[in-house]
Design a protein around this ligand. Structure first.
Ligand SMILES: *[C@@H]1O[C@H](CO)[C@@H](O)[C@H](O)[C@H]1NC(C)=O
Ligand SMILES: *[C@@H]1O[C@H](CO)[C@@H](O)[C@H](O)[C@H]1NC(C)=O
Ligand SMILES: *[C@@H]1O[C@H](CO)[C@@H](O)[C@H](O)[C@H]1NC(C)=O
Ligand SMILES: *[C@@H]1O[C@H](CO)[C@@H](O)[C@H](O)[C@H]1NC(C)=O
Length: 967
């Protein structure tokens, strides 16, 4: 057992060990009665806000956007509307994956921080709750600025939870409010009218009916209060409201009963829907604030709304790699140049070089030209002895790439850091990214060399096996070719640099006989490719649904084009007459993999979730392998059609036999809960069958998809929680628990982080059969860590004899505590608008003076609305003056000002020709009601010239709201 247990850590363990009781809006699953959960609230808010952002971007480009932002929105309808035109293959998978991650992170607050009142606005902790939201929101902005989208989403999901709980746990709704309490995300504004510690706020409920238990004077005077909550004690201050519900012990105490609106059956359940609706709008306000502080483009990246895949290379740059590097350049340039400006242009590029002993840094950009420059800089040099730091480089790419990315590794040498295999595997499983190796140093590729060409370095079969194992675990491929034929193999990279790629079949076999594999091509699938890899170049025959067949020896046949390079055979199916059940018979003497992919909008994603206690039972994300011998639950989303039905979900062992079927329950909006009685032993993949009626014919289309990542269950369980933030220069303690129901003994513990932060953790823990052991990882961020940097921590536990292992992966952001919440303000210095009837003949000018008060200084000013030109002037403390000039036809302008920590505000002005000049008021000033505290005094208009002969009135609107009403 560990001895260095601190009081602080044991408190955190206590939190980990308590069965979390859901006392908020229900996290994921509705208990019925039409109640909305945190999942519903978060998803609807993201969908609506994303729709608004896409609309704004489309309008700015003069395009139509014809999607109503209502609650019928789905990830797919949004994806289609945001990227209309162009490719017929649109995958909403990335978007849905991100939205799911955000609501799972939201739901996790009920597990990690179940007992922290401020995280739920319980116990009248308004000031503290406002600070929780403010710091999380500042961390999100810093992370987005830094490109740390994965941890930004985690922080954002958590911030949404706290914000949403306010509407359920306080009396805001009971006061009659039906709009968000905007001060909650405006930490620069005071929270007025809070109930003092001695102010009584509730009275007994009458006969179990709590409709009128808030004291009338509290409601009349609009005094803000929230319910007290405790699992352990009935004590609460005299006269205060309780949260209510069966877990809340304070609610039995005078005044009896509660006020929460968590679902329709709760104390104030009659107001549940109103609370949930306002919570949706409040969440949209928070999202709008983050959008303003970043940009429309970054906002869409944050929510995972991008149109295509990324290109991600991990490249060995030691001496013998010159040819490989040249080929990596050639193929990436070819992809970039071919797809530039199209819907299939990669949305992001990742490049990691590794050598010995160096690796990295990670280069990540959305600018194709920057990527080209970086890859041009690569040079083959050095390396010393043969093994290189391959897995270290791969780890960097895995933690930075979006989920489900394709990563390509180029090397001709063994990995010097093979001990990272388990960590790499953990990250492959948790990110579901695919890793494909381009190996030019193996004996099987060397055999294919032209005689006489020197074998500079050889990968032994055992060395290559590490790469093959990782490729197989991820659903990628290990392609073994000679350096001279590498250019023929990189077509695989071009194949994956496309949108909406789906896996139709994937299997690995160590054959005893010829085997037949079938795969179903539905009407939505196109551009189908079959890959067979195996050192013996397996013989195969492909059979179409119409009875045609083609043998591996026929390069151009009735069914497709066959290409053979190294250990890879690739069949590109001809593009006609293909729907129905295909099969492929493979006859091999050695281990092989077969994989069939195509392009289709229909795809699925899933996460293992874990039940936690509480009256209704709910789930939280499992960040590790699920448990052997126990039942398991998958939360699954199917995207790509508006009318989808799932008919079968099966876990299929890699060996092919012992398939386990799940029980599928639709929970609305294309989401499903799948219950598995008992997980299969060994590695397995997830297979889906379903029907869609959205396609051309009247009868439903059947489809099949499968996951590419191999998963496995474990008899070891590892759980960990990060429930505080890490500041630069500070140390964080991450408590974790290892449990087993089988093997006793000493478990090896490995804790690794992708930033190389100094950390300490026990090297082993001793477990009894059916026992548990606790440990802590302490992690210190160097004081020069930039705010917004993310960290991925992997904690692994390996059973004695390495017979089993499990891990937990947690990501979080390093963020400086923000104390500047002052928003920038603008003062219109002058407007010159001499506009004739024909507006295209003249321009108008606006000059404004900008200030961040005592804040960190204005970092950027951008035009959000209006198509004029902006120039700014900076002084030592940031931008201080703005000059805007636009055509008289573009009558309104909105400038977004953002300071150095992400406080954002809008500066608006407009010259407008009122429809009815006679009734127009000469001057109008409006300030958004929710932001009146910071409205700047109206500026001078003396320089404005009114074209009275045309009845053109000048209107100046100075608005500094957080939320500018969306048209
Ligand atoms: C927008 O819609 C209108 C009416 O439906 C149509 O006339 C116009 O061509 C569309 N514009 C674009 C850019 O698609
Ligand atoms: C409220 O209810 C409690 C428990 O039933 C009772 O002891 C108390 O006297 C009641 N208070 C008032 C003011 O009626
Ligand atoms: C609770 O009391 C209110 C009035 O105070 C009444 O309108 C409502 O119908 C009651 N609810 C139940 C379930 O009795
Ligand atoms: C939420 O905002 C939308 C506009 O974005 C508005 O139509 C709706 O009425 C609002 N709902 C509530 C409950 O305030």
């Amino acid at each position: 057992m560990v001895s260095e247990m601190t009081t602080h850590a044991s408190l955190l363990w206590a939190v980990l060990l308590i069965p979390p009781l859901t006392e908020t809006f229900k996290p994921l699953l509705s208990p019925g009665g039409g109640s909305l959960t945190h999942r519903d609230i978060t998803q609807r808010a993201i969908f609506r806000k994303t729709g608004q952002v896409c609309r704004a971007m489309a309008t700015a480009q003069g395009q139509n956007f014809t999607l109503a932002t209502d609650d019928k929105l789905t990830a797919y309808t949004l994806q289609r509307a945001c990227f209309s035109g162009g490719s017929s293959f649109l995958s909403a998978l990335a978007f849905q994956t991100v939205v799911t991650k955000m609501y799972l992170s939201n739901a996790a607050v009920d597990v990690l921080l179940a007992l922290s009142a401020p995280h739920h606005f319980d116990d009248e902790t308004f000031v503290e709750g406002q600070e929780v939201v403010a710091q999380a929101s500042a961390a999100v902005k810093a992370a987005v600025k830094h490109g740390s989208f994965i941890s930004a989403r985690i922080s954002l999901g958590a911030a949404c939870h706290t914000l949403q709980d306010f509407y359920s746990h306080s009396n805001w709704i009971e006061m009659g409010n039906r709009v968000p309490f905007s001060q909650l995300i405006r930490p620069d504004m005071p929270l007025d009218n809070l109930a003092g510690p001695d102010r009584a706020t509730c009275r007994n409920c009458t006969g179990g009916n709590c409709t009128n238990n808030i004291l009338p004077d509290v409601l009349q005077e609009k005094i803000l209060t929230s319910g007290y909550f405790s699992l352990f004690s009935s004590a609460k201050p005299a006269g205060k409201c309780s949260h209510g519900g069966s877990f809340d012990r304070t609610s039995g105490q005078d005044p009896v009963g509660g006020i929460n609106k968590d679902d329709t059956s709760e104390s104030h359940g009659h107001l549940h829907l109103q609370a949930a609706e306002v919570a949706i709008n409040a969440t949209m306000e928070l999202l709008e604030d983050i959008r303003l502080a970043t940009s429309d483009k970054d906002f869409l990246r944050l929510v995972g709304m991008s149109q295509s895949s990324l290109l991600s290379f991990v490249i060995d740059t030691t001496g013998s790699m010159a040819d490989d590097i040249a080929e990596a350049k050639r193929v990436s340039f070819s992809v970039i140049d071919l797809k530039r400006g199209t819907q299939e242009e990669p949305s992001e590029y990742i490049l990691v070089a590794f050598n010995d002993p160096g690796f990295g840094p990670l280069i990540r950009t959305s600018d194709a030209d920057v990527f080209k420059q970086e890859i041009n800089k690569l040079n083959a040099a050095g390396g010393g002895d043969i093994p290189e730091m391959c897995l270290s480089g791969l780890l960097l790419a895995l933690t930075a790439a979006p989920p489900s990315s394709d990563i390509f590794v180029f090397t001709d040498a063994p990995a010097k850091d093979a001990e990272l295999k388990t960590t790499v595997t953990a990250l492959i499983e948790s990110t579901k990214s695919k890793v494909t190796f381009m190996l030019t140093g193996t004996s099987s590729s060397a055999r294919r060399r032209r005689s006489g060409s020197p074998v500079s370095r050889a990968l032994s079969d055992a060395d290559a096996q590490l790469y093959r194992d990782l490729a197989q675990a991820s659903g990628g491929q290990a392609i073994e070719v000679s350096k001279s034929s590498l250019p023929n193999a990189t077509v695989v990279i071009e194949d994956t640099s496309t949108s909406a790629l789906v896996t139709l079949l994937q299997a690995v076999r160590t054959p005893v006989r010829a085997e037949n594999f079938s795969f179903l091509l539905d009407e939505t699938v196109s551009n189908v490719t079959v890959y067979i890899t195996g050192s013996s170049s397996p013989a195969f025959t492909l059979n179409s649904p119409t009875g045609e067949s083609q043998n591996h020896g026929v390069p151009e046949g009735p069914l497709g084009t066959i290409q053979r390079v190294g250990n890879l055979q690739r069949v590109q199916l001809n593009a006609h007459n293909r729907t129905g059940l295909w099969d492929i018979t493979i006859n091999s003497t050695a281990k092989f993999t077969v994989k069939v992919t195509g392009q289709s909008s229909i795809n699925f994603l899933f996460n293992f979730v874990e039940a936690f206690g509480g009256a209704h039972g709910d789930f939280s994300l499992k960040q590790s392998r699920p448990s052997i011998g126990k039942n398991a639950t998958l939360l699954m989303s199917v995207t790509g059609s508006d009318s989808l039905k799932v008919t079968e979900l099966a876990l299929v062992p890699v060996s092919g036999s012992g398939v386990v079927n799940g029980t599928v329950e639709a929970i609305g909006g294309g989401d499903f809960l799948v219950t598995i009685e008992e997980l299969p032993a060994g590695d397995f993949t997830v297979h889906l069958k379903g029907e869609t009626s959205g396609v051309s014919r009247s009868s439903p289309t059947l489809f099949q998809r499968q996951s590419s990542t191999q998963l496995r269950a474990s008899s070891v369980a590892v759980t960990a929680s990060v429930n505080s933030t890490l500041e630069p220069g500070a140390t964080i303690t991450v408590p974790f628990i290892v449990e087993t129901n089988t093997t006793a003994g000493s478990y090896i513990i490995r804790a690794r982080n992708d930033r190389g932060f100094s950390s300490s953790s026990p090297s082993s823990l001793t477990l009894e059969v059916g026992g548990r052991a606790e440990g802590t990882v302490t992690l210190t961020a160097p004081s020069d860590t930039l705010s917004g940097t993310d960290v991925t921590l992997t904690i692994e536990a390996e059973a004695p004899g390495a017979i089993d292992s499990n891990y937990v992966v947690v990501s979080f952001v390093v963020a400086s505590k923000v104390t500047d919440f002052t928003r920038p303000v603008c003062q219109i210095v002058g407007i010159t608008a001499n506009c004739p009837q024909d507006c295209s003949q003249a321009t108008w000018q606006l000059s404004a003076s900008l200030s961040d008060g005592n804040g960190t200084g204005i970092a950027s000013v951008t035009v959000q609305e209006g198509n004029g030109t902006l120039s700014t002037n900076s002084s030592g403390v940031g931008i201080t003056a703005a000059l805007y000039s636009a055509s008289c036809c573009s009558q309104a302008v909105e400038l977004v000002m953002v300071d150095n920590v992400g406080n954002a505000a809008i500066c608006s002005a407009s010259i407008r020709n009122p429809s009815s000049p006679m009734t127009a008021q000469p001057m109008t000033t409006t300030a958004n009601a929710t932001a009146n505290a910071t409205a700047t005094p109206v500026s001078t208009t003396s320089s404005a010239q009114i074209c009275s002969n045309l009845s053109l009135w000048l209107w100046v609107i100075v608005v500094l709201p957080l939320l500018y009403p969306q048209a």
